[in-house]
Design a protein around this ligand. Structure first.
Ligand SMILES: *Cc1c(COP(=O)(O)O)cnc(C)c1O
Length: 360
């Protein structure tokens, strides 16, 4: 089988150019005579990779000097705990805005380490909207305000973060970071697992404002302590070297594509195409309120759920894979991250028209 279009929510599609480069230098990385997998993380070659990847990420996101960039393990899920451990004491309150399953999981994990106040929760809408910011019940002197700008499962995206609190804003950007420019200075901390838009699983990027570092509670494990990891350039222990390497190639690829402005234009074009196809007919439905539709993860339903498995089977045969919706939502979902080319969306849209003609 040749390459197919992979609409997986994560681990997700990677740019073919990146994969080809990784393949070409798999056995002999940069003239070392060994794979990057086999290189010491403390070798000058790997230290260069680490420094260059940080510089590239800083350039892509225009991250200023007063933020540290960390390359960690444990996934976004470890950050659900690391954030409260580092930014709050157990008796402080942290505000959580829950707009989907990931925010809910983040809140639940955090409640083991901090007093959680749910400032807003879109559960009543089955996570198809973002509660009006005027109704968010934020706490005075909260340690931070946590939100999930793109909820990967229900496909709900907050395109900007409202200014409703004095507290530092913490954002789980696992499925949106690098899809467009972000004003990092609006955030105290941004974290993202790599396997959506950054690279492969095993790596977590944390961008944290310096004044928020150094306050971890005493029981915080070293690998989760931002001070420890920042002071050691993310090498207090062995980092996820191959995942870091793949991310470094993706950063270079993004720069070659014209950076995040250019990615934003492409992502807008791709998502507009897919939503237009969904909206053009009653056969397909996207349940998310218009202004909060995600540009990365696009769920849609069919008039009869019994058609779902037929859609999945036939789309797979047409070279379009991983379109099954999340079990909690049902229906179908197309994740169209940076590395999904517009041709992939065109192929999906053409398949959808054909499917409707046959089953509508
Ligand atoms: C995928 C995802 C996660 C979970 O990431 P792990 O790397 O599995 O811990 C958390 N938050 C969001 C928004 C995600 O999309």
């Amino acid at each position: 089988m040749g390459r197919v279009y992979n609409f997986s929510p994560g681990p997700a599609v990677l740019p073919p150019q990146v994969m080809e480069q990784a393949q070409a230098e798999f056995l002999d990385w940069g003239g070392t005579g060994i794979s990057v997998m086999e290189v010491s993380h403390r070798s000058p070659e790997f230290m260069d990779l680490a420094a260059q990847s940080e510089a590239d990420l800083r350039e892509l996101l225009a991250i200023s000097e007063n933020y540290k960039v960390l390359f960690l393990q444990g996934g976004a899920t470890l950050q659900f705990a690391a954030v409260p451990l580092n930014l709050a004491t157990p008796d402080q309150v942290a505000d959580y805005v829950v707009t989907g399953s990931w925010g809910k999981k983040a809140k639940t994990e955090a409640s083991r380490f901090v007093q959680v106040n749910v400032a807003a929760d879109a559960a009543a809408s089955h996570y198809t909207t973002v509660p009006n910011p005027a109704t968010w019940r934020v706490t005075d002197n909260a340690a931070y305000l946590h939100c999930t700008p793109n909820e990967t499962i229900a496909g709900v995206e907050m395109h900007s973060i409202p200014e409703v609190s004095e507290a530092p804003v913490v954002a789980d950007m696992s499925s949106t970071l690098l899809s467009r420019p972000v004003d990092v200075s609006r955030f105290g901390l941004i974290y993202a697992g790599a396997q959506k838009n950054i690279g492969q699983a095993g790596l977590t990027v944390v961008i944290v404002r310096e004044d928020l570092i150094g306050h971890a509670v005493a029981q915080t494990p070293g690998v989760a302590d931002y001070r420890v990891m920042a002071d050691s350039d993310s090498m207090w222990n062995t980092p996820a070297t191959y995942s870091w390497y793949m991310a470094s190639l993706v950063f270079k690829w993004l720069k070659a594509q014209g950076g995040l402005e250019s990615m934003a234009q492409r992502n807008d074009a791709k998502s507009v195409k897919l939503y237009s196809a969904i909206d053009a007919t009653d056969f397909y439905t996207n349940p998310v309120e218009f202004e909060y539709r995600s540009r990365m993860n696009i769920p849609f339903t069919l008039p009869d759920a019994a058609l779902d498995s037929i859609f999945v089977k036939e789309s797979k045969a047409a070279g379009l894979i991983n379109l099954k919706g999340h079990r909690s939502v049902g229906g179908l979902r197309a994740s169209i991250y940076n590395a999904m080319p517009e041709e992939g969306v065109d192929a999906l849209v053409a398949f959808m028209a054909d499917f409707e003609a046959r089953h509508g």
